[in-house]
Design a protein around this ligand. Structure first.
Ligand code: GDP
Length: 331
């Protein structure tokens, strides 16, 4: 079935996707990512139809600086999960794709074993103009993966503030990967990343690195002690592991499951998902209003003119905001 056929036959696409058809899943994500307004309307209808089939996956966000071992970790963790009989989807929120249209994350070649497995589905980051746009599309892609029967969705991002918050806001568990060694520890704390993390995992704890990994872990533990945890039912643990040898991967996953159990027992889990849903509604609305301001050339010109007035001090920000808000009112 061609993409356009699917776009006009949403029930057929939904049925194929529910049956676990990978081509249907890929096409559905393409539909979600499309900027054409008819595709966007179809995508909304599709996700709404599939809504009862969503929400069942374990959603894990994974962040870390370039070179920390994100792709090696996702490859190892993904294969471990597949060994347990799970189906694993890997998505990415790449803040650089929003700026440059390129993608440094989610490239299949970075996860050699997973990309060869039938039980895995890897999709690179969408490139949709703004970070908000990229994140919104990734979240919809995650819902589609859930409807297609994926048990675990791993959402990868690089360590840049806003994209981390976006991924944290769409996942149940946010995992921060760190390197063994000096300097890195405090860096993570400064960025506020540690406040978001449900666990810190120090990678590359193998060979000569083991003592340095343990030392880094001890520093993170000390740092976490002085921060108030986000939930009274979960104190973010610090673990060490090696994505290369696989040592500690099972323990790492066990923590994800322990967290889920603790959150479910205390109803924090449902609360986090509820809050996320509402947050997403507002962020999508914001995106939509902003894109309306960008879409019409006449409105765009008026917005630029108003913005210039604020910059020059000729107009107060309050009056300017009011002027722009009026542009959004139906003619
Ligand atoms: P990413 O940029 O965060 O995706 O990092 P990569 O997964 O591409 O890994 C960066 C480099 O670190 C590669 O050369 C990996 O082989 C290496 N690496 C990743 N995990 C480990 C590990 O557990 N131990 C060691 N010694 N090297 C690792």
């Amino acid at each position: 079935m061609s993409r356009s056929q699917f776009a006009s036959d949403i029930p057929a696409l939904a049925a194929a996707l529910r049956a676990g058809n990978r081509a249907a899943l890929a096409q559905a994500i393409t539909l979600v990512e499309s900027r054409r307004s008819d595709h966007q309307a179809s995508a909304r209808e599709l996700v709404q139809q599939l809504l009862p089939d969503t929400g069942k996956a374990v959603r894990v966000g994974i962040t870390g600086s370039p070179g920390v071992g994100k792709s090696t970790t996702i490859d190892a963790l993904g294969m471990y999960l597949i060994g347990l009989g799970q189906k694993v989807a890997v998505l990415a929120v790449d803040p650089s794709s929003a700026r440059t249209g390129g993608s440094i994350l989610g490239d299949k070649t970075r996860m050699a074993q997973l990309s060869a497995s039938d039980a895995a589905f890897i999709r690179p980051s969408p490139s949709a103009g703004t970070l908000g746009g990229v994140a919104a599309k990734t979240r919809e892609a995650m819902l589609l993966c859930e409807a297609a029967g994926f048990d675990v969705v791993l959402v990868e991002t690089v360590g840049i503030g806003q994209s981390e918050t976006a991924v944290c806001d769409m996942t149940d568990f946010f995992l921060a990967l760190m390197l063994p060694g000096a300097g890195d520890e405090l860096q993570g704390i400064k960025k506020g990343l540690v406040e978001l993390a449900d666990m810190i995992a120090v990678n590359k704890a193998d060979g000569d690195n083991i003592p340095r990994a343990n030392a880094a872990a001890a520093e993170y533990r000390a740092a976490l002690h002085i921060l108030a945890p986000r939930s009274e039912h979960w104190h973010p643990p610090v673990v060490t592991y090696s994505a290369l040898t696989g040592d500690g991967i099972a323990g790492l996953w066990q923590k994800v499951l322990d967290h889920r159990k603790a959150m479910n027992a205390s109803s924090d889990f449902a609360a986090r998902r509820r809050e996320q849903q509402v947050k997403w509604m507002w962020s999508m609305l914001e995106e939509r209003l902003k894109s309306r301001l960008r879409a019409d050339p006449a409105i765009r010109a008026k917005v630029r003119q108003t913005e210039a007035g604020v910059a020059d001090g000729r107009m107060t920000p309050a009056l300017a905001a009011d002027t722009i808000a009026r542009l959004l009112e139906a003619p």
